[in-house]
Design a protein around this ligand. Structure first.
Ligand code: ZN
Length: 170
């Protein structure tokens, strides 16, 4: 397995819509395992393929806080089939927007259909942190970042900070 470099916003590649995966084969399975490894190292609780420069509808998630008892989700071609009427507000961050956080409003619970790393159809009902994380990662596949859900004022403030810190690295 290898650690993949994570793209940092603003980056045009993070704004692209990702393509569905026709069939999960060895190439995709390796990408999924590399994405998990990258997510654990960073550390984060979710990662989407476009964040590591792959334009495919693949996300990985693990919200367990125990290293010894990891519960990774390997999710390909996710489709949200239901959202709850009631919302949840939670503070979100993103590996592509390091050290930036903002409160985002999203449906509290959702249902998702997807295929796993073995091309088996799965469905998942989630609420709380898992529902938030799923929606955040599925957004990435549409080229949407969590800052796109907040006011333009706050968004521009965050993006300006990221541009500044990118310049600082050069
Ligand atoms: Zn993210």
């Amino acid at each position: 397995m290898s650690i993949l470099p994570v793209l940092i916003a603003p980056d045009p590649r993070l704004k692209l819509k990702s393509k569905p995966v026709k069939n999960v084969n060895e190439l995709e399975r390796k990408l999924i395992e590399d994405m998990l490894e990258t997510m654990y190292i960073e550390p984060g609780i979710g990662l989407a393929a476009p964040q590591v420069g792959h334009n495919s509808r693949i996300i990985v998630i693990d919200i367990s806080d125990n290293k010894e008892d990891r519960q990774p989700y390997r999710i390909v071609n996710p489709i949200i089939t239901w959202v709850s009427e009631d919302d949840n507000i939670s503070e979100e961050g993103c590996l592509s927007l390091p050290q930036q956080y903002a409160e985002v409003v999203r449906p509290r619970a959702i249902k998702v259909n997807y295929i796993d790393q073995n091309n088996v159809r799965q469905s998942l009902e989630a609420d709380g942190l898992l529902a938030t994380c799923l929606q955040h990662e599925i957004d990435h596949l549409e080229g949407i970042l969590f800052v796109d859900h907040i006011s333009a004022l706050k968004r521009n403030m965050i993006l300006r900070k990221l541009i500044k810190s990118k310049r600082g690295q050069n």
